[in-house]
Design a binder for this molecule. Structure first.
Ligand code: SAM
Length: 196
């Protein structure tokens, strides 16, 4: 199990067999916003080592497609696709994996994707913003009508711009934070529900 410094969520994740403490972030978002429903097909972007995919599988009961640069252990609930979402070749790889799984659209797309942080607040915010824009560009053509998106961002000046860019495509949108986020982090989660 990964998780960096060992806090309460680290030990809770170990006790509940989650691969990362991040699992508790999605559980809290699910509690507040019901982003995943039973039977949903879920795409997990930037999902290694797979804590969010485990939670998504538990709720949906379906096999989750989990994309990451880094390896994700597969099991009956998680299918792994290695890929860089910023690369132009990625879209074709994703389409092929979806065909193999017999999936045309996803009802829910979740992204916890984040490149290595530099410690420079504005650089990290800008790179997070670019990843989030890419996640939305990839996601919208793959999202079923009525579908939901959850995307992690290092919040900052560009967050309102991000929200206003995409919120018109959804019935509901909200920027929120979760208790499992480490103190001092600017991490926020943007929730979009009800894709038009
Ligand atoms: N949600 C995961 C969990 O519950 O275990 C933790 C995700 S971790 C915070 C962020 C992940 O985003 C890393 O594994 C990283 O490799 C991935 N990532 C960052 N940039 C990416 C990119 N361009 N394409 C694919 N994955 C990326």
């Amino acid at each position: 199990m990964t998780g960096g410094r060992k806090d309460r969520f680290y030990y809770l994740a170990k006790a509940r067999n989650y691969r990362s403490r991040a699992a508790f972030k999605l559980l809290e978002l699910q509690d507040k916003f019901s982003v995943i429903s039973p039977g949903n097909r879920v795409l997990d972007i930037g999902g290694s080592p797979g804590g969010w995919s485990q939670v998504a599988h538990e709720i949906s009961g379906e096999t989750v497609l989990c994309i990451d640069l880094n390896r994700v252990e597969e099991d009956e609930g998680i299918r792994y696709l290695k890929g860089d979402i910023m690369s132009p070749a990625f879209q074709d790889k994703l389409s092929m994996a979806m065909r193999e799984m017999g999936v045309e659209k996803f009802e829910c797309i979740i992204s916890d994707a984040m490149s290595h942080t530099s410690g420079n607040w504005s650089r990290d915010h800008a790179s997070s913003y670019l990843i989030c824009e890419k996640v939305m560009e990839i996601s919208l053509p793959l999202l079923a009508p009525g579908g939901n998106v959850v995307v992690k961002q290092f919040g900052g000046d560009l967050t309102p711009k991000f929200l206003s860019h995409w919120s018109g495509k959804f019935r509901f949108s909200r920027v929120t934070s979760v208790g499992a986020t480490r103190r001092g982090s600017s991490e926020v989660y943007v929730i979009f529900k009800g894709f038009f």
